[in-house]
Design a protein around this ligand. Structure first.
Ligand code: NAD
Length: 243
């Protein structure tokens, strides 16, 4: 298949990653979609898919190989797969869940960057976008592990952006606010919590995954050719509000 540009997207079976996969495909990109959940990927037509865990280096290496095999190049990567759910610090198994959250949310991004950089170098540069969160910019109740992992992405992106800037590889992140996806389905559906969360957001509503994907698109596009090392909040004003 002949395409001009190629993107690798992790966590592409659902939510923000799925919206990004659809958006890049609509706009003519070759898309390699990675998710640990093979069933979720099965619904994605017209893209190359790979089932695997981003915390495993072998998955990220295989995804880059698939991009080369199927499309012959790699220009962009959206390192978006993430999990939450450690629960309170003193709950049973909290530290084990914390280790797994760090392995996926932070380790998966580091491993992903390491895997894609040689392919981007081969085409003279590239753009990488990781998914942080407003939870990486401040703290939330019972969300300390996720907060820590998403804050780590903010500074990982800064450091790696500096390391790869001279090679024309830009590395940024988005910090989504509450977005309607499988991850938040229970909160959105909760008759008290869903509206209560929306009411805290200056724009007064949850985000749609496509609104996140559009900012990811911008950050990988030539319109953002001088932008690297930043985390862009996409949160309806939540992180701007001191209330
Ligand atoms: P989602 O659950 O709809 O999608 C996440 C996808 O990632 C799922 O398909 C899941 O199978 C996949 N995944 C999880 N762990 C994986 C792993 N180890 N390897 C490969 N795939 C894996 O959730 P979403 O809301 O679209 O989340 C996407 C990203 O956005 C995550 O990093 C999340 O932390 C972040 N985020 C979400 C929100 C929100 O409100 N939904 C807010 C801020 C940040």
């Amino acid at each position: 298949m002949s395409v001009q540009k190629v993107v690798l997207i992790t966590g592409a079976g659902s939510g923000i990653g799925l919206a990004a996969a659809r958006l890049y495909a609509e706009r003519g990109y070759g898309v390699v979609a990675v998710d640990r959940d093979a069933e979720r990927l099965a619904g994605l037509g017209g893209v190359a898919t790979l089932a695997g865990d981003v915390a495993d280096d072998a998955t990220n290496a295989a995804a880059v190989e698939l991009a080369q095999e199927r499309f012959g190049r790699l220009d962009a990567a959206v390192l978006n797969a993430g999990i939450g759910g450690a629960g309170p610090l003193e709950s049973d198994g909290a530290l084990e869940r914390f280790a797994r959250i760090l392995a996926v949310n932070v380790g998966g991004v580091a491993s992903g960057v390491r895997a894609v950089v040689p392919a981007m170098r081969a085409v003279g540069g590239g753009a990488i976008v990781a998914t942080s969160s407003v939870s990486g910019l401040r703290g939330d109740a019972h969300t300390w592990a996720y907060n820590a992992s998403k804050a780590a992405i903010v500074n990982l992106v800064r450091g790696l952006a500096v390391d790869y800037a001279s090679e024309g590889i830009r590395i940024n992140a988005i910090a989504p606010g509450g977005t309607v996806t499988a991850m938040t389905a229970a909160q959105v559906a909760d008759p008290w919590l869903g509206p209560a969360i929306a009411a805290r957001i200056p724009m007064g509503r949850w985000s749609e995954p496509r609104e996140q994907a559009e900012v990811v698109w911008f950050l990988t596009s030539s319109a953002a050719s001088y932008v690297t090392g930043v985390t862009v909040p996409v949160d309806g004003g939540l992180s701007a509000d001191n209330a």
